[in-house]
Design a protein around this ligand. Structure first.
Ligand code: C2O
Ligand code: CU
Ligand code: CU
Length: 572
């Protein structure tokens, strides 16, 4: 574990001559015993939920529509208009921004992207089964002022999918600045669940899209990645939920469904709910009912779940026994971020004790040799460039630091007498085992992240599979690495086994394959820790004739934009 970000900030702040000690901006180092923060005044803003119009307004697809990617004025901090990039959709006299697209399984999308940006863009439909032409491969990115036509069927089962830009080198920036939305597919199992639990989207079925962001004093988004940020991933200072900073949600004494998407560029979370935020309290039980690709077989009671970039979890929180006035906090609890780019903790690394003190810098310096140009910053005490000065002003918690996300206030009594169905759906296991897998190796050379020793090249297709084949992949992350959320376009897969998992992952396992509850459903993204191997099974059956070219990549958006991405060809 390193404290690189803090160290760089320390260097910059010191150079700027800030007097009186540096403690005010310094993040707490991750400590497993650290309780979640609990200041009620810390949640002044009502959570934005998908409604009839505006940002995240619900768009039930009935006919062709146009998504205009453009800059809009939108308050993030109340009272402060900010510039945000959004997909604007005009529908039946309503203006929707980054609409929540809702569709029945088997339905059709006929949509046009109009690129109103001054750079290329393209939309990718994350998690859906589409052909190459509709997949938003960067190859199809269109220039500012141009349009791209999408036309595809949605055969997928019910789930919380999403859509976002995918132009090479620009995905992280465009998503950070606002572009992206949810895509909810419904089917019979889903409608049966909604009926059984009396769930209504936007009222008792609440999507929670997590974006960590830096906001300046005027409530404007700050995106100024340094070389360091490009190597590690750009982190925000606070977690916005549905673009609401410091949000609260008012609830009744009943059951709620939260569909949680980690849409952050680079920050992973370990989610838990705490009652009244008592320090030292125990996390509450909640039920996991779905993953990236929809409902799991039956509900699983859990207390904690890792959610890395692009992953979704679908959970139920039971507030029937809560009292009016209770407050429940959705938090990310402290965990080991395992930023082990310079190798796993070992003899020539700073000791645990040293790491947590401000004097650990000399011992950590060797790690920065890997960062090439960045290491210069450390040695050079000269005043920092403008981007580092900006960082001085904003406290950037390191990954793995505990963060409060959402406060839920129990405000109303409600008679609610519904039981969670014992069976939610049926997942047919892919018949495969991990005996002779294809190897997918994740590593880096001088902080250039690679897949099988390669970085993205437009015209090469390093991974070729046969349409209709079932393949088993061992996604093996190097020991000297960071956690990588590994994503495959065009197909949902199943995780068969986790091998050599770190203790914090093992602690969540529910079977002898090392799988966590959140590994049991259909997945399109899997978090692989340094030193760990995720063995997955993919059925490359799809309805499209002709060769199709998809992508595999790390969903840390800076890693992706720096080339931790390869073409995946599915041969007809
Ligand atoms: Cu959400 Cu290519 O990814
Ligand atoms: Cu995708
Ligand atoms: Cu990565």
């Amino acid at each position: 574990m390193t404290s690189r970000r803090n160290i760089l900030i320390a260097g910059a702040a010191g150079a700027a001559g800030i007097a009186g000690g540096l403690a005010w901006w310094r993040s707490q180092p991750p400590a497993v015993t650290e309780p979640p923060f609990t200041h009620d005044a810390a949640f002044p803003n009502k959570l934005r939920v998908p409604g009839a119009d505006g940002l995240y307004g619900i768009h039930d697809v009935a006919s062709a529509f146009t998504l205009a990617a453009k800059s809009v004025q939108q308050e993030i901090v109340p009272g402060k208009a900010a510039s945000l990039l959004a997909y604007e959709v005009e529908s039946q006299g309503k203006r929707l921004l980054n609409p929540l697209i809702r569709l029945r399984s088997g339905g059709k999308i006929s949509a046009k992207l109009w690129n109103g940006l001054d750079e290329t863009s393209i939309i990718h439909w994350h998690g859906l089964t589409v052909d190459s032409n509709n997949d938003g491969h960067p190859h199809y990115a269109v220039a500012g002022g141009a349009t791209y036509e999408y036309s595809f069927a949605v055969p997928n089962r019910a789930a919380t999918y999403w859509y976002h830009p995918h132009p090479h080198h620009l995905t992280g920036k465009q998503m950070y600045l606002g572009l992206g939305g949810l895509f909810i597919v419904e089917d019979d199992d889903e409608l049966a669940l909604q009926k059984a639990l009396d769930l209504k989207l936007g009222e008792t079925d609440i999507p929670l899209v997590l974006h960590d962001r830096r906001l300046d004093a005027n409530g404007q988004l700050v995106f100024n990645p340094t070389a360091e940020d490009k190597a590690d991933g750009f982190l925000g200072s606070q977690v916005l939920v549905n673009w609401t900073p410091k949000p609260y949600f008012e609830a009744a004494t009943r059951l709620y469904r939260f569909r949680i998407l980690n849409a952050s560029n680079a920050r992973p979370y370990k989610l838990a709910f705490y009652a009244n935020g008592h320090s030292g309290g125990q996390p509450l039980d909640f039920q996991l009912i779905g993953t990236d690709g929809g409902l799991i077989d039956s509900p699983r009671t859990i207390k904690e779940v890792f959610l890395s970039n692009a992953e979704r979890v679908d959970v139920l929180l039971d507030l029937r026994n809560a009292k009016i006035g209770d407050a429940i906090t959705l938090v990310s609890v402290a965990f080991d971020p395992m930023e082990h780019e310079e190798g796993p903790p070992g003899a020539d690394k700073p000791s645990e004790a040293a790491k947590d003190t401000q004097d650990a810098k000399p011992a950590e310096k060797s790690a920065h040799a890997l960062h090439g140009a960045d290491s210069k910053k450390e040695k050079d005490p000269a005043p920092a460039p403008a981007e580092a000065k900006e960082k001085d002003k904003i406290d950037i918690p390191e990954p793995g630091v505990a963060m409060d996300i959402l406060r839920i206030h129990v405000r109303h009594k409600e008679a609610y007498d519904r039981a969670v169905p014992a069976t939610l759906s049926r997942i047919v296991p892919i018949a495969a085992n991990c005996a002779s897998p294809r190897m997918i190796n994740l590593d880096h050379v001088k902080m250039v992240w690679r897949i099988n020793g390669q970085t993205y090249q437009h015209e090469t297709t390093p991974i070729t599979v046969k349409r209709g084949a079932t393949e088993v992949w061992n996604i093996k992350n190097a020991a000297a690495s960071m956690p990588h959320p590994f994503h495959i376009h065009g197909f949902q897969f199943q995780i068969l086994e986790r091998i050599n998992s770190p203790a914090q992952q093992k602690a969540l396992s529910v079977n002898d394959k090392g799988l966590a509850a959140s590994d049991l459903g259909w997945k399109d993204t899997v978090l692989v820790w340094p030193g760990e191997t995720a063995c997955i099974a993919i059925d490359f059956t799809h309805p499209f004739s002709g060769d199709q070219v998809y992508m595999i990549h790390c969903h840390n958006l800076e890693h992706e934009d720096q080339g931790m991405m390869l073409n995946l060809k599915v041969e007809a």
